[in-house]
Design a protein around this ligand. Structure first.
Ligand code: SF4
Length: 298
């Protein structure tokens, strides 16, 4: 069965035939499109380590975040079409750069192709872990398909409130889907494994970008993680929000995060007994963290 023919890979359930060139909410046909393959040094320490993470940024997205830093590829669809064969070669080229892992960024709308490409790359010598870097807006059934392909999940949980997810990402059902998808990722990778240098080989790190004026929503997400996944879950609290793209249309988020807001979320993290957190310096809110999508490495 070709899952692109009646595409229901993600919560948008567009039910269109992408093999015939039609596009749904994510804006992509069944041909893989990517915008950059590079070595990324700014992921969490067990992902970027000392040698970097071999990122592959895919074009298109099933969310419409008004503050998207990568809008040129997510909404404006800048990218280069590549075959499954070529994607598998890119993974091997990344491995040859001596990176710690292959980091697939926003690949939900290309999952069937990704599975084939990883299989091919492994047949041809790929041994480093596969990281699935996701917005969290996923179906648990699609995540189930990735069992055995993905070693490390790096999902966002962006919102608890459906009002916020509707307003800023056009997805009122975001938390309903993200919570189920993250539970499935956790089921697959609950037993976290690090190598002797502290580099993650298997596991899950949940990311949460704290938005200005929204710390109560952040508290609810942390409470949910503790109650549903346990207090040893690895959580990365991101301080890098920058009001870019369409954020200026929303007064309450048209500013950087205040230090006090970030500090309060970190305090809540510890108050409720969570143990494993990654925190960011304030200097992280800097556009130098936004990659330049010049199709290099593709
Ligand atoms: S992957 Fe794209 S076409 Fe398929 S359901 Fe999601 S948004 Fe629609």
């Amino acid at each position: 069965m070709n899952l692109y023919e009646n595409c229901r890979l993600c919560p948008r359930n567009c039910s269109i035939d992408r093999t015939g060139g039609k596009i749904g909410f994510c804006g992509e046909s069944s041909t893989i499109k990517a915008a950059l393959a590079s070595v990324h040094n700014w992921e969490e320490p067990p992902i970027s380590g000392t040698k970097g993470s071999g990122t592959i940024f895919f074009t298109g997205c099933n969310l419409k975040c008004v503050f998207c830093q990568n809008y040129s590829i997510s909404s404006e669809h800048s990218g280069k079409e590549i075959s499954v064969e070529r994607l598998s070669e890119i993974m091997l080229e990344q491995q040859a750069r001596d990176v710690h892992n292959i980091n697939l960024v926003t690949a939900v709308h290309f999952v069937p192709s990704v599975i084939k490409a990883v299989e091919k790359a492994r047949q041809n010598g790929l041994t480093i872990p596969i990281v699935y870097n996701s917005s969290g807006y996923e179906k648990a059934d699609t995540i189930k398909m990735l069992e055995g392909t993905v070693d490390i999940y790096l999902p966002d949980i962006k919102y608890f409130s459906s009002k916020l997810s509707a307003k800023y990402s056009s997805a009122p059902d975001y938390f309903e889907y993200a919570s189920a998808a993250v539970k499935e990722m956790h089921r697959q990778c609950e037993n976290v494994i690090f190598d002797e240098n502290g580099i993650m080989q298997k596991g899950i790190i949940i990311r949460h970008l704290i938005l200005p004026s929204c710390k109560t929503d952040s508290f609810k997400i942390l409470d949910w993680i503790r109650d549903n996944l346990g207090n040893e879950t690895y959580v990365s609290l991101l301080n890098q929000y920058t009001p870019v793209y369409n954020a200026a249309k929303y007064k309450e988020i048209n500013r950087r995060l205040m230090s006090i807001e970030y500090t309060r979320v970190i305090e809540h993290f510890f108050e409720i007994g969570l143990k494993n957190g990654y925190m960011q310096e304030r200097s992280s809110a800097n556009s130098s963290y936004t990659p330049i999508f010049d199709f290099s490495g593709l």
